[in-house]
Design a protein around this ligand. Structure first.
Ligand code: SF4
Length: 560
C-alpha cells in the first residue's frame, strides 16, 4: 500500500481532528509543550506512583492480606502494568454494563495476560503456562490476537508464585497492559520460513531487553503497540500498530525495514502511515526508542480518548513526524526507502509449510483462540513426542508448531485434530476471531466466544462438503471497542443490545463490512464501513454469514 493510499483511507479522521477544530487554546497535555502537570485522574495517579512500582506492593502486601487490602488506584490503574485486570462478576447482563460503577461490575478475580514477545515459545514455557492455568486459573486459557495468552480466575494471593514460575522459564507479565510499550508482535515464522526477507528476532529481542520495564518509558499517554515482520505475507497486522517495521529490499542498502507509525483501531480507527524511510536492522531499536519517546513527550494527555499516537500523527502528518524523529531524537537523517511490495499469501500461516532447513511448520487453529490449561500442557507433550520443542502464537489467535520432520507431519496433524487444533480447518473456522466478551470483560455488552463458537459450528454444518466460496474473515467484538479488529474484517460485528421483532432488547451486533489488511492478501488495506441500520442478533449470525457468502458466490466477477 502506498503512502497516498493510506492517507486517503485516513482522510476523514484527520480532517476531523485538526488542532484548530478542537480549540487551540486548551493545553493538550503534551509534556514538551504544555508541561507535565497532570490533566486527568489517570495522569495524576501515574505521577504519584508509577505502575511498575505496584509489583512490590502486590508481593509484600496484597498477596498476603488479600483482595480487600488493595488500594483502589492500584486495583483499577497500576495493576495493569503487570498484566492484571479485574474480571467481570458472573451473571451481570450487558444491559447493566453502562449503568453500574466499575467496582459493582468487577469480581475479586483477575484476568492475567502473559506477555509473549514475537509469539516465540518453547514447549517448556507452554507447559508452565498450562500448569499455572490449571493450578490458579480454573483451567482457562485464551490465545489473544496479540500473541499473548490470557488466563482468568486468578487471585492476587497467587501472583508471587505465578511470577516465580513464569520468570523461571524466561516469561513474564511486565507491561502486558497499561500505558506502556505492550508486547512486540513478531512474524510467527521468524527465522524458519523459506521465503522470509529477514529474521526480525534480533530486533525484537533488543527492544524488549533494552526498553521493556524501563521506568523512562513506563508512563506513556496510552498504550503503545509494536510489530515487526520480515515475512512477505506481512503477517503482523502492521497497519494498526502505533509503530511497525515491515521488511523491504532497498535497491542501494539491501534488506531493512519500512517504518509505519500511528495506526490503531478502537472507536476512531486509523491506519498507520509510512514515514517513507528505510531503517537498517541495527537501527531498529533506536528508531523504535525515538518514536516511543516522541509519544511520551508530545502525545496528548488531556483526554484519554484522544491520547493514542494516531491523534498526534493525525495532526502532524508523516513529514513532520519524520523530521522531529530525525532532528530531536535520532540526531541523523534516515535514508528514504521503498514501500513494501504487495503481501503474498495469507499471514495466518495455517496449514503445512516447508522451512528453510527442509523441516516443516504447521499452523493450527482452535476455535476463536479458546484453548485450556490442560490442552496447553497436552500440546507440549504432543509436540515433544513428534520431535520438536518450539512453537509460536500468532496475531490471528492461531498456533504454529515448528521443526517437524516430513514423516511426522501427518501423524502430528492427526494427533492435534484429536485435541481440537486443526491444520486444515474450514474457511469459516480459520477466519473467525472473537474478543473476550461478557464472560470476563467489564466493558462488554454481549457474549462473544460462545456465540462465535456456536456460529462456526452451525456454519460448518451448513457448508459441509463444500465450504465457503472464498476465505472470509469474521471478527466479533463484545462492545464498541475493537479488541478483535472489527474494522479490518470482511464482516465485523460490534456487540450491542438490539431490539427484536417483539420489542425486546436482545444481544446483537452492528455489522461492518469490507475491511481488510495486507496480511489477508488484499490489494490494499482498508477499513470496513458501518452499514447503517444493519444489525444481526447473536443467534442470527450463521444465517447472515450464509446469506452474504452465497450471494457473493452468485454475484462475484470471475475469481474475484
Ligand atoms: Fe472487552 Fe469490548 Fe475489548 Fe471485547 S472489544 S474485550 S468486550 S473491551
Amino acid at each position: 500500500m502506498s503512502s497516498e493510499q493510506s492517507t486517503s483511507a485516513n482522510a476523514p479522521a484527520r480532517g476531523a481532528r485538526t488542532r484548530a477544530a478542537r480549540g487551540a487554546s486548551k493545553p493538550l497535555g503534551q509534556w514538551k509543550v504544555d508541561g507535565t502537570e497532570p490533566l486527568n485522574a489517570n495522569e495524576q495517579f501515574k505521577k504519584e506512583s508509577g505502575g511498575l512500582e505496584v509489583r512490590e506492593r502486590i508481593e509484600n502486601i496484597y498477596a498476603k492480606e488479600g483482595f480487600a487490602s488493595i488500594d483502589p488506584t492500584d486495583l483499577h490503574g497500576r495493576f495493569r502494568w503487570w498484566g492484571l485486570y479485574t474480571q467481570r462478576k458472573p451473571g451481570i447482563d450487558g444491559g447493566r454494563t453502562a449503568t453500574l460503577e466499575p467496582h459493582e461490575l468487577e469480581d475479586e478475580f483477575f484476568m492475567l495476560r502473559v506477555r509473549i514477545d514475537g509469539g516465540q515459545l518453547t514447549t517448556e514455557q507452554l507447559r508452565v503456562i498450562g500448569q499455572i492455568s490449571v493450578d490458579f486459573g480454573r483451567g482457562t486459557a485464551d490465545l489473544t490476537d496479540r500473541q499473548n495468552i490470557q488466563l482468568h480466575w486468578i487471585e492476587v494471593e497467587s501472583m508471587p508464585e505465578i511470577w516465580r514460575r513464569l520468570e523461571s522459564v524466561g516469561l513474564g507479565t511486565t507491561e502486558a497492559c497499561g500505558d506502556v510499550p505492550r508486547v512486540v508482535l513478531g512474524s510467527p515464522v521468524a527465522g524458519i520460513s523459506e521465503d522470509e526477507l529477514i529474521d526480525p528476532t534480533p530486533q525484537i529481542e533488543e527492544i524488549t531487553r533494552r526498553f521493556i520495564g524501563d521506568p523512562e518509558l513506563a508512563n506513556l499517554p496510552r498504550k503503545f503497540k509494536s510489530a515487526i515482520t520480515g515475512h512477505p505475507s506481512q503477517d503482523i497486522v502492521h497497519e494498526i500498530n502505533d509503530i511497525a517495521f515491515v521488511a523491504v529490499n532497498h535497491p542501494e542498502h539491501g534488506v531493512g525495514y519500512d517504518l509505519w507509525v500511528g495506526g490503531a483501531l478502537s472507536t476512531v480507527p486509523r491506519l498507520g502511515e509510512r514515514l517513507g524511510t528505510w531503517v537498517a536492522p541495527d537501527k531498529v531499536a533506536d528508531v523504535w526508542h525515538g518514536v516511543c519517546q516522541i509519544f511520551r513527550d508530545y502525545g496528548y494527555r488531556r483526554l484519554r480518548n484522544k491520547a493514542r499516537l494516531k491523534f498526534l500523527m493525525g495532526d502532524w502528518g508523516p513529514e513532520k513526524f519524520r523530521q522531529v524523529l530525525e532532528t530531536e531524537y535520532l540526531g541523523y537523517a534516515l535514508p528514504d526507502g521503498p514501500a513494501p511490495v504487495r503481501a503474498t499469501g495469507r499471514g495466518d500461516h495455517v496449514g503445512v509449510h516447508r522451512q528453510k532447513d527442509g523441516r516443516f511448520y504447521i499452523g493450527v487453529t482452535p476455535v476463536v483462540g479458546r484453548v485450556s490449561g490442560e490442552r496447553l500442557t497436552e500440546l507440549a507433550e504432543i509436540i515433544e513426542e513428534h520431535g520438536s520443542t518450539r512453537l509460536r502464537t500468532t496475531p490471528h489467535q492461531k498456533l504454529v508448531i515448528l521443526d517437524i520432520e516430513e514423516d511426522r507431519v501427518e501423524p502430528l496433524i492427526a494427533r492435534l485434530d484429536e485435541i481440537g487444533l486443526s491444520a486444515r480447518p474450514s474457511l469459516i473456522r480459520r477466519g473467525t476471531i472473537a474478543c473476550t466478551g461478557i464472560e470476563f470483560c467489564k466493558l462488554a455488552i454481549v457474549d462473544t466466544k460462545d456465540t462465535a463458537m456456536a456460529a462456526v459450528a452451525d456454519l460448518e454444518k451448513r457448508f459441509a462438503g463444500e465450504d465457503l466460496p472464498a476465505p472470509m474473515s469474521l471478527h466479533i467484538n463484545g462492545c464498541p471497542n475493537s479488541c478483535a479488529r472489527i474494522q479490518t474484517a470482511d464482516i465485523g460485528l460490534k456487540g450491542q443490545l438490539i431490539t427484536d421483532d417483539d420489542g425486546n432488547k436482545v444481544p446483537g451486533f452492528q455489522v461492518h463490512l469490507g475491511g481488510g489488511l495486507a496480511s489477508s492478501d488484499r490489494e490494499e488495506a482498508g477499513l470496513g464501513r458501518t452499514v447503517r441500520g444493519l444489525k444481526v442478533s447473536a443467534d442470527g449470525i450463521a444465517d447472515y454469514v450464509e446469506r452474504v457468502s452465497r450471494r457473493y458466490a452468485d454475484d462475484r466477477d470471475g475469481d474475484e
